[in-house]
Design a binder for this molecule. Structure first.
Ligand SMILES: [Zn+2]
Ligand SMILES: [Zn+2]
Length: 286
C-alpha cells in the first residue's frame, strides 16, 4: 500500500486555503447579486460550482488532523449553510460513521438507513443532526458556543446587509447541501431506492466514468474521485488517504471492525454483535 501523499502541513494549509477561497467566492457572488451585478440565479450556480469541494476539504481535515490542532478557519467555516460547531462536529460524527458503519452506533445512520425519503429528510437537516449528536457524545464546551455565536452572528449580518440576495444564498446553499449529501450518503451505502435495499459501500465508477472529464472540470478531481471510490475510502486502514490517492488503493471490503459480511440485509445492533462475540469466546476450548 502506498504512503498517503497528502499529510504534510503544506497540504493542511492547501485544504484551508481551498475552504477560504471557495467560501469567499460563493459569498462574493451573493454580494454582487445584491448590488445587481449578477442575477439572483447566479448565486445558485456559484454554490453548485464551489460548494462540493469545500465539503471535501472539511472531510480531509476531519480525517487527518486532530481537532485541538484545528486552524481557526476549520472551526468557523463555512459562512453559508452553517456546519454548526465547525469542522470539529463533522470530524467527530464522521469518524464514528466509519467506525460504526451499518450499526445503531453510527451517528450518520439516519442519512442512509431505512426508506430513501426518510433519509432525504435527515440529509436536509444534516448540520443540525450532526450538531445534536456531537453534543450527545461530547457535551457543550466554550468552543462550541463560540461557533454557534459566530454562525448566528453571520446569518444576522448577512440577512441585515444583503436582504433578499442573502436569503437566496442561504436557502439555495442548504438545498444544494442537503441534496448533495443525500446523493452521497444514500447512493454510496445502498443499492437501490427502496426501504429494503441492502447496505454496503458501493463503488460508483461506472456512474461517473461517462461524465468524468466534464465533472472533473466543473468540480475538481477530488470531488469526483471521492464519490466514485467511497468503497476504497471506507476500508479500515485507508481512511486517511486523500481522494487524489484513491485511484492507487484497492477495495478489500473490510468496511467495519464489527461486520464481516457484505452486503448486509439490515442495520446491526452493536450490543448483539458484542453478545455473539462473548458467546463465541465462551465456547472456545481452554
Ligand atoms: Zn460512508
Ligand atoms: Zn470519511
Amino acid at each position: 500500500m502506498p504512503e498517503p501523499k497528502h499529510l504534510s502541513p503544506d497540504h493542511e494549509r492547501k485544504e484551508y486555503r481551498n475552504i477560504v477561497v471557495r467560501t469567499a467566492a460563493m459569498y462574493g457572488v451573493m454580494v454582487l447579486a445584491y448590488f445587481g451585478q449578477v442575477p439572483l440565479w447566479g448565486i445558485v450556480v456559484a454554490n453548485v460550482l464551489f460548494y462540493f469541494s469545500v465539503y471535501v476539504s472539511v472531510h480531509e481535515i476531519g480525517h487527518n488532523y486532530q481537532s485541538n490542532r484545528l486552524h481557526w478557519i476549520g472551526r468557523m467555516v463555512p459562512l453559508a449553510t452553517p456546519i454548526w460547531g465547525g469542522v470539529r462536529v463533522f470530524q467527530e460524527t464522521h469518524r464514528r460513521h466509519h467506525l460504526y458503519f451499518c450499526t445503531d452506533h453510527d451517528p450518520w445512520l439516519p442519512y442512509y438507513a431505512g426508506h430513501p425519503l426518510r433519509a432525504l429528510f435527515f440529509n436536509m437537516i444534516e448540520p443540525e443532526v450532526n450538531a445534536y449528536n456531537f453534543m450527545k457524545i461530547k457535551g457543550v464546551d466554550k468552543e462550541l458556543i463560540v461557533n454557534y455565536i459566530y454562525n448566528i452572528f453571520f446569518i444576522a449580518v448577512g440577512a441585515y446587509l444583503f436582504a433578499d440576495a442573502y436569503w437566496v444564498y442561504l436557502i439555495s446553499t442548504r438545498l444544494i447541501h442537503g441534496l448533495a449529501v443525500f446523493f452521497f450518503n444514500y447512493s454510496l451505502h445502498r443499492n437501490k431506492m427502496s426501504a429494503d435495499a441492502d447496505y454496503s459501500v458501493y463503488n460508483r465508477e461506472s456512474w461517473m466514468r461517462p461524465i468524468f472529464p466534464i465533472a472533473r472540470l466543473i468540480w475538481g478531481k477530488a470531488v469526483v474521485v471521492g464519490f466514485m471510490y467511497h468503497d476504497r475510502h471506507h476500508c479500515l486502514r485507508q481512511w486517511r488517504y486523500h481522494p487524489l490517492d484513491y485511484e492507487t488503493l484497492e477495495d478489500i471490503r473490510d468496511y467495519s471492525p464489527f461486520i464481516k459480511e457484505w452486503p448486509a440485509k439490515a442495520i446491526y445492533k452493536l450490543s448483539d454483535i458484542q453478545a455473539q462475540r462473548d458467546e463465541l469466546r465462551a465456547d472456545m476450548p481452554g
